[in-house]
Design a protein around this ligand. Structure first.
Ligand SMILES: C[S@@+](CC[C@H](N)C(=O)[O-])C[C@H]1O[C@@H](n2cnc3c(N)ncnc32)[C@H](O)[C@@H]1O
Length: 217
């Protein structure tokens, strides 16, 4: 049992990530952070893909952001969007100490207008190697449409929380009220990906569920 627990987290989780997790643990929304086991999977994907130009929607205190920043090369870039700068500022000292802040372009904004702004620059079209989405579930469908233009063919988009605390697999009457709306949105989104011919998908039951998409066309 001990062995299973140890391998289920993030073996060799980099020290700065451990530090950021410890710092975030006292935040009332600590549970919002991307799960370490999902993070480990994402780090491997980023390395296999050789991702350099990346995008993140939903930063919070920066666990997934720091993970990407530590994984991509020194000249890699992350456009990181979140409307809550205060949360980002909590994790920022750890990011600075880890020596990876130069890779991050933090945009304090609602995500949809920020993505639309990126699309106004033709150089951004089909230019991102990787995008990670972990913001409001209500807009996942809208983010996906923008990302199908911003991420290159063969590029990767990862969506977090696609199991929505396991509720997507539960009958509606068993779901706690606080999860109901998110469950409906997540099921709707998951179904839309299944029938989307622009992507290959794999739903991975790590953390709260991550769905990995590869843009096909
Ligand atoms: C689940 S947390 C992100 C966790 C983060 N990926 C991590 O690993 O710690 C969701 C974040 O999305 C942000 N967010 C929610 N809706 C948003 C929106 N419409 N536009 C921009 N940011 C949004 C919130 O401010 C919050 O910081």
């Amino acid at each position: 049992m001990q062995y299973i627990l140890e391998t289920n987290v993030f073996p060799r989780e980099p020290e700065p990530l451990k530090e950021l997790r410890a710092l975030t643990a006292t935040h009332p929304w600590a549970v919002m952070s991307t799960a370490p086991d999902a993070g480990q999977m994402i780090a491997i994907l980023l390395k296999i893909a050789g991702a350099k130009k990346t995008l993140e929607v939903g930063v919070f205190t920066g666990y997934s952001l720091l993970l990407t920043a530590l994984t991509i090369p020194n000249d890699g870039k992350i456009v990181a969007i979140d409307m809550d700068r205060e949360a980002y500022e909590i994790g920022r000292p750890v990011i600075q100490k880890a020596g990876v802040e130069h890779k991050i372009d933090f945009i304090e904004s609602e995500a949809l207008p920020a993505l639309d702004k990126l699309l106004e620059n033709p150089n951004n079209e089909g230019s991102f190697d990787y995008a990670f989405v972990d913001a409001d579930k209500i807009n996942y469908i809208n983010y996906h449409e923008r990302l199908m233009k911003l991420v290159k063919v063969n590029g990767i988009v990862v969506y977090d929380n696609t199991l929505w605390f396991g509720s997507v697999a539960q009958p509606e009457d068993m779901v706690l009220n606080e999860f109901k709306e998110g469950r409906v949105r997540t099921i709707e989104f998951n179904k839309s990906l299944v029938t989307d011919p622009r992507v290959d998908i794999s739903m991975v039951p790590l953390g709260d569920g991550i769905t990995i998409c590869r843009r096909l066309c």
